[in-house]
Design a binder for this molecule. Structure first.
Ligand SMILES: NC(=O)c1ccc[n+]([C@@H]2O[C@H](COP(=O)([O-])OP(=O)(O)OC[C@H]3O[C@@H](n4cnc5c(N)ncnc54)[C@H](O)[C@@H]3O)[C@@H](O)[C@H]2O)c1
Ligand SMILES: O=C(O)C1=N[C@H](C(=O)O)CCC1
Length: 250
């Protein structure tokens, strides 16, 4: 019997899923055992004896997939976005009854994006103002991006720990949405433009200076090293891990 990690891909016909299928097939230590898309029976994952399932589906189905496969003892690497605190808490609670099963939920598997988020959180305490701009292809169904939410949460936590007050803003909005979304007190703006893949800018401002941290994914192959790292490690990390940064020693 081979030592390869047996991998199932959910959302296998999608932009990300198809890229993951190719990456798994090209990795000598991994074996693709199931490729599932809408309309297929999720039982294909357990029937194929998958150790790890990778989920790049849609926000409306990913939580259900996770609970069903946790029940079956399958580890999960989840890239689908749209997760909120309540949904993550439900997975955490479920995993408490399934010791040994690991779930990694990461809004962005691009190493540069994870570093950009970490750098932004590190810089946040030194700046009075901060805003996040995420820019994506127009076929994306959720906004703001999972990455922008994760970035804003980390910035807000760093500002709170440093005792910073609210970001200054005297604007009286005359049109709803003109100042973007408020994520933990950090303004987040979502751009959708044909030609883009996945991009983020964190703008930090002080009197007389600006720091801009920007990351660009030009191709979905940029997510693959992070996804494969997750596949290789999730079985050794029981419980819920949120964010690839925890696997990168950041
Ligand atoms: N974490 C990351 O690094 C990262 C990177 C890119 C995209 N994403 C996220 O991944 C998700 C997918 O993005 P995409 O661009 O590949 O979308 P996509 O629309 O191209 O692919 C989604 C696929 O899921 C399939 N699907 C729908 N319901 C399903 C079900 N019940 N079971 C199995 N498959 C089902 C669809 O048919 C489709 O093929 C989005 O939430 C996106 O935000 C995350
Ligand atoms: O293409 C998408 O959709 C992406 N979504 C992620 C998000 O919502 O943060 C990040 C990478 C691309």
């Amino acid at each position: 019997m081979s030592d390869a990690i047996r991998v199932a891909v959910l959302g296998a016909a999608g932009r990300m899923g198809a890229t993951v299928v190719r990456a798994v097939e090209a990795a000598p230590d991994l074996e693709l055992v199931a490729a599932v898309d809408a309309g297929d029976d999720l039982a294909a994952v357990t029937d194929a004896g998958a150790h790890v399932a990778v989920d790049f589906t849609v926000p409306s189905v990913t939580e259900g997939n996770v609970h069903a496969l946790v029940d079956a003892g399958v580890h999960l690497v989840v890239g689908t976005t749209g997760w909120d605190a309540g949904a993550l808490d439900r997975v955490r609670d479920h995993l408490a009854d399934r010791p040994g099963v690991g779930v990694l939920v990461a809004p962005n598997f691009a190493l540069g994006a994870v570093l950009a988020m970490a750098f932004a959180a590190r810089a946040a305490r030194w700046f009075e103002s901060v805003e996040v701009v995420e820019l994506h292809h127009p076929d994306k169904v959720d906004a703001p991006s999972g990455t922008a939410r994760h970035t804003a949460h980390a910035i807000a936590a760093a500002r709170a720990a440093a005792g910073l007050g609210p970001v200054p803003d005297a604007t009286e909005q005359s049109l709803d949405g003109a100042r973007g979304a408020d994520v933990d007190g950090v303004r987040v703006h979502a751009v959708r433009l044909r030609g883009l893949v996945a991009h983020e800018e964190i703008l930090l401002g002080n009197a007389g200076e600006q720091l801009t941290i920007r990351h660009d994914s030009f191709d979905r192959v940029s997510f693959m090293p992070g996804v494969l790292l997750g596949v290789r490690q999730v079985g050794r990390r029981p419980g819920l891990t949120v964010g690839l940064e925890h696997l990168l020693d950041l």
